[in-house]
Design a protein around this ligand. Structure first.
Ligand SMILES: [Zn+2]
Length: 80
């Protein structure tokens, strides 16, 4: 393994840590995260990487806001 190769590998590991979740990974957990946000104060603590991704990714945050809105709307209509 050359020095360059090693540096490249370390850089890639670092990048992976920095980026945390990909959109796909965050999206897979979004339902669960939205329920945590709606029902508890614990969402950020339980799923910090999802929160982290939403802070960095406007696309996923849009999706999150939509899901949260749907969940809240469904809740308020459930007592008929
Ligand atoms: Zn995203």
């Amino acid at each position: 393994m050359t020095q360059d190769h090693l540096v490249d590998l370390m850089h890639r590991l670092e990048t992976t840590l920095d980026n945390a979740y990909s959109c796909e990974e965050a999206f897979a957990l979004l339902d669960e995260y939205v329920e945590l946000v709606a029902n508890t104060e614990e969402a950020e603590r339980v799923m910090p990487l999802v929160k982290n991704h939403l802070d960095l990714c406007p696309d996923c945050r849009d999706e999150f806001e939509i899901l949260l809105h749907i969940l809240k709307t469904a809740d308020s209509n459930s007592d008929d």
